[in-house]
Design a protein around this ligand. Structure first.
Ligand code: BEZ
Ligand code: FE
Length: 289
């Protein structure tokens, strides 16, 4: 029988071509993708010129990727896809720390640091202390838990965005929680910052009249034996853009007070000038099934 690749017929043919896919999950994903892409083109009556622009945009997005830049993750982030995927699988036990997007800047290993170390290797920002406990959902402390931390500097740039300006590892640290599951480190209060806008994703934001800012935050990945790791942030309470994050990643439970603290003895203990800002919160992990 001859085929006639027009209209609905091409959709049927494209779907039929996938039936030989051996991996059932891959078959399911590709089948849904083709169905949705064809419906999208039909619904919008996509023109040849628009299709060519879309291909050029995807090509430029790929070409903007390097060892230290992931423009495709950024695209997924600003379209809300990263957060949607994260939320679809983010169900946690009540009380467990909520997760949020990984983002594109965790592409380099965090240097191992002692508890109490300063991850702000440059200085200049407002000093602060971040502390807390890693514990299980039932309250049991998790000694030896790993707490991987990364943040932008006080001007809103990650070390990997400014090679030669910031030392590698600035704003990053891999800490091991003590015998009571506690962690603490010094840093500067993070600032709100724009996601990179000098590539295709920046063009998309401008075309849609959107601002590129993320509210001030610090990233964490907490890992402990027998528990599900959590990838998350803490956001600075009261900061700008908490209700218009360019990547839709704010969850209210993650907004933390960076409290003005006037306590000379505590400042001495942490090795910071008094007064200082202090964020204290627990990272609560769910027991692995
Ligand atoms: C970040 O917070 O590092 C980030 C997340 C998504 C897009 C860009 C940056
Ligand atoms: Fe970030």
């Amino acid at each position: 029988m001859t085929t006639d690749a027009t209209g609905a017929d091409v959709t049927e043919q494209a779907l039929a071509s996938l039936r030989t896919t051996a991996d059932p999950r891959l078959r399911e994903l590709l089948t849904a993708l083709v169905r949705h892409l064809h419906d999208f083109a039909r619904e919008t009556r996509l023109t040849q010129e628009e299709w060519e622009r879309a291909i050029a945009f995807a090509t430029a997005t790929g070409q903007a990727c390097t060892d230290t830049r992931q423009e495709f993750i950024l695209l997924s982030d600003v379209l809300g896809l990263s957060m949607l995927v994260e939320t679809l699988h983010g169900d946690r036990a009540p009380g467990a720390t909520e997760s949020t997007v990984l983002g594109p800047f965790h592409m380099t290993e965090s240097p191992v640091r002692e508890l109490g170390a300063d991850i702000d290797l440059v200085g200049g920002g407002e000093p602060c202390v971040v502390s807390g406990r890693v514990r299980s959902e039932d309250g049991t402390p998790l000694p030896g838990a790993l707490v991987d931390v990364w943040q932008a500097d006080d001007k809103g740039f990650y070390d990997v965005q400014q090679p030669g300006v910031q030392p590698p590892g600035n704003g990053r640290g891999l800490f091991t929680a003590d015998a009571e599951g506690r962690f603490w480190f010094r840093t500067c209060v993070p600032a709100a910052y724009p996601i990179p806008t000098d590539g295709p994703v920046g063009g998309l934001l401008r075309a849609t009249g959107r601002h590129p800012y993320r509210p001030a935050h610090i990233h964490f990945i907490a890992t402990a034996e027998g528990h599900t790791p959590v990838t998350t942030h803490i956001f600075v309470a009261g900061g700008d853009y908490l209700d218009s994050d360019a990547v839709f990643a704010v969850k209210q439970s993650l907004v933390q007070d960076f409290a003005e603290t006037d306590d000379p003895a505590l400042a001495r203990e942490f090795g910071v000038p008094n007064p200082f800002r202090h964020a204290d919160f627990d990272l609560v992990l769910e027991r692995a099934a």
